[in-house]
Design a protein around this ligand. Sequence first.
Ligand code: 5GP
Ligand code: ZN
Length: 120
Amino acid sequence: MSSPDPITSPDCLFCRIVAGELPSTVVARRERTVAFQDIDPQAPMHVLVVPRDHYGDVAQLAASAPDVLAEVVSLAQEVATSEADGQFRLVFNTGTEAGQSVFHAHAHVIGGAALGWTPA
Ligand code: 5GP
Ligand code: ZN
């Protein structure tokens, strides 16, 4: 039996990174998720965890594939343990006003230092 075709969006930056069409520094991979370094880190640890399949934001991911969302959170925990001290902030910017610029669901895994709190 072959695996089902992945859900992709042709012009999506993170779909292209997941497919290996664009370079990234991958730190961990699971069956349905990938973790790679953010190109513009905002903290000593700043990793993005994405579903391999395309969902526009975390709300769509939660509604369509809650098991994959659980894998995103679990992989974030694993990355925080390997890249920092296991403590982390998980951020899902959802909508342009919230700062979302890439419309493929992704978790920012941020840590490696004492973090401030200045979202606005
Ligand atoms: P958002 O603003 O959508 O919450 O987060 C998008 C994140 O993707 C930003 O933190 C940005 O630095 C990161 N980013 C944008 N383009 C690239 C890229 O080509 N490669 C990587 N690794 N990260 C990117
Ligand atoms: Zn995508």
